[in-house]
Design a protein around this ligand. Sequence first.
Ligand code: HEM
Length: 228
Amino acid sequence: MAETNDTQSGDTIHRGPPVTVGRYGPIQRVNHWITATSLILLLLSGLSMFHPSLFFLTELFGGGQNTRMLHPWIGVVLFVSFFIFFFQLWRANLPNRVDVQWVSQIGDVVAGHEERLPEIGKYNAGQKFIFWGMAFFIIVLIATGLIIWDQYFGGLTSIGVNRVAVLVHSMAAVLIILLFILHVYAAIWTRGTLRAMTRGSVTGGWAWRHHRKWLKELAGRGKIDPAE
Ligand code: HEM
């Protein structure tokens, strides 16, 4: 397990008042929201083709034919945009010893007893779990999705392989939807987190409370805006 340096190039403490801490740059935020929008469009278009009772959702995409044509292309957008984001963040998401302790104290996490937890770097074990989980399922979805993309790759695999691919694709989709719900719930439940992805910064208090090791590392490295 690696002892990682959790600070990233754009992370900076801005002197207040109030003190804020830069967490994501504008390009990273645009990247994140393209990823988020494409996943939402994929789950709507995917569910519309998953069961007849959800077929009405194809209306959002201009009917069944258009939905079938658009869904794989949106999948390509998700894959590309997620992995552009992934390669900027993977180091800060490497597991370390503190994560094991965080998981063993999950009761304290849920009960909000953060003072009993060790100091956390840029991401906690829950965020890392979602990060790697999303990466894994997006790879499974694109791989199985290409196999069942009849328009371009229809003749390349047998019907048996296609059947297995459809099943695995659907199962991965259900699991990534669950991860997505968990991610959005955690972002809303931990108050003050959403602004990291809207404004790019969090308050000094938020960083002290939830990611103290990250904040201390930034201060220790002098990543503080010069006084005005
Ligand atoms: C409406 C939907 C979404 C909301 C409200 C949302 C919100 C957020 C917020 C607030 C953060 C910053 C968390 C922090 O820095 O502590 C974040 C980070 C992140 N989000 Fe989302 N997100 C959404 C959808 C998605 C989707 C669909 C994906 C991927 C498929 C995704 C992938 C990520 C990743 C990889 C991070 C960085 C966290 C890490 O590296 O561990 N998000 N999101």
